[in-house]
Design a protein around this ligand. Structure first.
Ligand code: EPZ
Length: 427
């Protein structure tokens, strides 16, 4: 298992290009199954989760090509609606293959995705939506099987604006008979990207980005070429790292409009931010100020995916901050590790009470999930001394070579990969 070794205390500086959005590329890759033929996607990040999705598409008969930031998927020869268990277990978000496979084959078999480090990750809203569209659902011990001779449009209300459920329903409804109205839909930019991709294939969808999405079923979709939006969570992570190390960083190829809630929080903490089109400059020359209360909520409120990262900044701020996590029930696993680095954080249910300290100290820490791991990297960059971050594969799911990203900004960080047994020359 790879490790990251960080010699902290250096202020980040320089310019970094932000890669394409993992959470836009994944549902769009799944949606490519809705048409037989070649889909070409640009600005696709090179991440573990993307490779898993491409493996799944290959395993069900598609051919894929991934060259730099371009992916070509030919779904002409797709011949199975069974999502492989081993790959499903690697990436639970393959659950949103259900909509496209059900639409294309009239049947889909997936495995219970189960929970993960950040929470139970239920899928009841996905299943209720597909059932409303006419699917028969059989839940077995390990597997879930959905069948539908013909999907029919319906009025669907989500109890919670689930991102994945919104995406699955949009994809299943795109070629259903009649109109589907989805209320209390998720409003994330990745939902808008999926709508734009589906419409580029010939779908008729409006409303993404609002809480009501209307999908007029069409009889056929055609392959297309499409460019994925920038990754707002990677951009936010870099912005927070720049502030936590009292640096001065310019981000290019990003979309500041997708980061309004973070920009608001960083400005309240005394961070200077300037914006020009798809370029953002972030600088913080003095100790950040505490932010009295931050609550994670569905977009456009403060994103849960930046909660652990901003907690590092608040750990170094002058004053007392409160962070409330309302989206996932288990998303404070980074707190113990930050405490070992000298942070002063106490937890009560889904609230973290953070008293800022002058500095953090390097330690050996373990990434428990993707964004918690990114937070520990930020803590290592800001801390005094050496930090070793273990279980780096979690971080590689969502960040392209995170050590190279921060090396470009002047950080002293490098990756330690274990020597393969066969090459271990010492023995
Ligand atoms: C997406 O996950 C993202 N993943 C997550 O990013 C992100 O944290 C999350 O949306 C919220 O923004 C991808 O897009 C691949 P949800 P998703 O369905 O779709 C409950 C990252 O770090 N819920 O909006 O799984 C669920 O338990 C990842 O990149 C139900 O109860 O999120 C959770 O508490 C982590 N029933 C809440 O809703 C359901 O049927 C939010 O889940 C579905 C969800």
């Amino acid at each position: 298992m790879d490790k990251l070794v960080i010699e902290g205390g250096k202020s980040l500086s320089g310019t970094i290009r932000i890669h394409g959005a993992k959470n836009a590329a994944l549902p769009i890759l799944a949606a490519s199954l809705l048409a037989a033929g070649k889909v070409q996607l640009s600005n696709v990040p090179r991440l573990l989760d993307i490779e898993v999705m491409l493996d799944i598409l290959e395993r069900i008969g598609c051919t894929t090509l991934h060259d730099q930031e371009t992916v070509v998927v030919d779904t002409s020869s797709a011949n199975s609606f069974h999502v492989p268990e081993d790959l499903m277990k690697q990436m639970r978000s393959s659950i949103f293959l259900m909509g496209p496979l059900l639409s294309r084959f009239g049947e889909v078999a997936v495995y219970q995705p189960g929970g993960c480090a950040i929470g139970e990750r239920k899928i009841d809203l996905h299943l209720r939506g597909l059932k409303a569209l006419g699917a028969e659902i059989e839940e077995l011990d390990q597997q879930i099987i959905c069948r539908a001779d013909k999907l029919k449009g319906a009025d669907i209300h989500l109890d919670f604006p689930s991102v994945g459920a919104t995406e699955n329903i949009m994809m299943a409804a795109a070629m259903a008979e009649g109109t589907t109205t989805l209320t209390n839909a998720a409003r994330e930019p990745e939902i808008q990207d999926l709508q734009n991709f589906l419409n580029a294939m010939g779908a008729s969808i409006i409303g993404a980005g609002t809480d009501t999405i209307t999908i007029q079923g069409v009889s056929k979709l055609s392959p297309c070429s499409y460019t994925i939006i920038p990754d707002r969570i990677v951009a936010g992570t870099v912005m927070i790292a720049a502030a936590a190390t009292r640096g001065n960083v310019t981000l290019t190829h990003c979309n500041p409009a997708h980061l309004s809630s973070l920009i608001h929080v960083l400005k309240r903490a005394g961070v200077q931010i300037s914006i020009l089109n798809d370029i953002m400059n972030v600088s913080c020359m003095s100790r950040p100020k505490a932010v009295e209360r931050i609550v994670t909520l569905p977009y456009p409120s403060f994103p849960t995916d930046l909660q652990s990262q901003v907690m590092v900044l608040l750990s170094l701020a002058d004053g007392f901050s409160v962070m409330k996590e309302t989206v996932f029930e288990g998303r404070f696993k980074h707190v113990d590790e930050l405490t070992r680095m000298g942070a002063d954080i106490s937890i009560d249910l889904n609230c973290a009470f953070i008293r800022g300290v002058q500095r953090l100290y390097g330690a050996t820490v373990e990434a428990t999930d993707l964004r918690a791991g990114a937070a520990l990297v930020i803590a290592g960059l800001a801390a005094q001394g050496k930090t070793i971050v273990e279980q780096v594969h979690h971080i590689d799911r969502g960040y392209e070579h995170i050590e190279q990203l921060f090396q470009k900004l002047g950080a002293d960080i490098h990756r330690l990969s274990p020597v393969p047994k066969s090459l271990d020359l010492a023995n």
